[in-house]
Design a binder for this molecule. Structure first.
Ligand code: C2E
Ligand code: CA
Length: 274
């Protein structure tokens, strides 16, 4: 049975911020930036992750760490998440129409996932944009999916009837981590940024990556490493056969027009059509 979304914790909501956020959507102050992901084995462009930004009238551009919690607490994550999904799908379809075929990932917060409307939001974003569902990846934090595994499984299976793929974000590959995700219908695991940061100094972390990649083969999972900042990490992850990488080493997140230039440069650099 569907559980009611958690009530917002009133103490967490600053009235001004909640009001400003409501106005921000009306005034079109939100925008998306896109961070490329790169196939570590072939160097091909693999896709982008859509990340929200708020162009605040007084404080300038704000990153989501400054307002996602408030969006969640005030319940405004519903309409803002809907906007992010439809904007990312429209952009993905525009790239696709120009001959580029790559994944577009969109982050889904816990409260969005719990909302009964979420399935319809995804379906609407896909049908309005005509974006190929198999190129849309929905990213859920590990903690979001592990709360109530039976319910998560049911919801993910329902979402997957649309043809989309599911990624587990902020994945920390402790010994039991993949077991805990065993029954969930997931397609991609994204290694946590902090975990990648500690990779070069920890042989234990390296062996965890090694066994994760091995297990991912039998489960047909794709492994993505986030937060790659230097070429040593890239070489190490490539050596461990991690499939895809993301991080400042390749590119910071950029607005769509800049990604267009990145794609053009990338096609020239790699010497082959994408
Ligand atoms: P995330 O899903 O873990 O997204 C990756 C974050 O890591 C992004 O921060 C990105 O800019 C940053 N990053 C990427 N590569 C590197 C790197 O090499 N080094 C470092 N230090 N950082 C890197 P951002 O854009 O500030 O997003 C923060 C979080 O906000 C995201 O974490 C995601 O959980 C959430 N978020 C972003 N956009 C949305 C959205 O549209 N909807 C929802 N629900 N959440 C979102
Ligand atoms: Ca993410």
């Amino acid at each position: 049975m569907a559980r009611e979304p958690a009530e917002p914790n009133a103490a967490d909501v600053t009235p001004d911020l909640a009001l400003e956020l409501a106005q921000a959507l009306v005034d079109e102050q939100f925008f998306l930036v896109y961070q490329p992901t790169i196939d570590l084995q072939t160097n091909a462009f693999a896709g982008v992750e859509a990340l929200i930004r708020w162009r605040h009238p007084r404080h300038g551009v704000l990153s989501p760490d400054r307002f996602i919690e408030e969006l969640e607490a005030s319940g405004q994550i519903g309409p803002v998440g809907r906007w992010a999904l439809s904007t990312a799908c429209a952009q993905g379809a525009a790239w696709h129409d120009r001959g580029y075929r790559f994944n577009v990932s969109v982050n889904v917060s816990p409260r969005q996932f719990e909302t009964p409307d979420f399935f319809r939001d995804v379906a609407d974003a896909l049908s309005t944009s005509r974006f190929d569902p198999s190129l849309l990846v929905l990213e859920f934090a590990q903690a979001t999916l592990l709360g109530d595994r039976a319910q998560s499984t049911q919801r993910l299976e329902h979402l997957k009837t649309l043809g989309v793929r599911v990624a587990v974000d902020d994945f920390e590959p402790g010994t039991s981590a993949l077991d805990e995700l065993e029954e969930l219908p997931i397609d991609i695991v994204k290694l946590d940024r902090e975990f990648i940061a500690g990779l070069s100094t920890s042989s234990e972390a390296t062996s965890l990556v090694h066994s994760l990649v091995k297990r991912s083969e039998t489960r047909h999972l794709q492994v993505i490493a986030s937060g790659i900042e230097d070429s040593e990490q890239r070489a190490q992850l490539k050596n461990e056969k991690v499939h895809v990488g993301q991080g400042y080493l390749f590119s910071k997140p950029h607005e769509a027009e800049e990604i267009d230039r990145f794609l053009e440069d990338f096609a020239i650099f790699s010497g082959k059509p994408l």
